[in-house]
Design a protein around this ligand. Sequence first.
Ligand code: FDM
Length: 212
Amino acid sequence: RACNIESRGALIVLEGLDRCGKTSQSSRLVSYMEGLGNSVELWRFPDRTTNVGKMISAYLLNQSELDDRTIHLLFSANRWEKRSMMETKLKAGTTLIVDRYSYSGVAFSSAKGVDLEWCKAPEIGLLAPDLVLYLDMPPEKAAERGGYGDERYERLEFQKKVAQCYRILHDPSWKMVDACQPMEDVQKQLQEIVLDHVLACQKGKPLSLLWS
Ligand code: FDM
């Protein structure tokens, strides 16, 4: 029997401020990849469907109050409870397009004043993304876009702090895409970058762990 190394899927994360277009771009990317015949799924964090996710959702909707570190650990737990499924899918060859991940976790909590290294610690050992796409948009511009909803973090002053924290977290492996461009242009750039990375993973790039 031929000893083929199975090609794995890519773990691709979209990050950015609220209203920067992550969610629509994520689902467009999934359609695009599907159209090319790839096995691909759209994931998002927080995953509000689990028990932990329901606690997070209540907090975001201002229906409950939680200490800053407590909610931070719940967001992290929400990733840990999905970790093994994530690894299984990737190893089975499915690419995951993920709307927010550990970087949102660290950026939003450290924007409240929680120590950055403390915020990173519970993320250690989660799967590291093969690619982080940062949809770059000034907070003022994001705020203009159809306005914020009623959720806890949807305020300009807070989003400015989050933007600063993302800037501290960002490393050269992130791909920064100017999210102020027309939606189609953003989409095209994302498509090109994603294809390269999916190919690299199919060719046997190993999975790695946070925080690296
Ligand atoms: N958020 C998201 C966090 O504070 N920590 C996290 O770990 C994650 C994944 O939750 F304001 C924040 C970011 C955002 C809110 O996100 C809900 P969506 O994308 O609007 O559902």
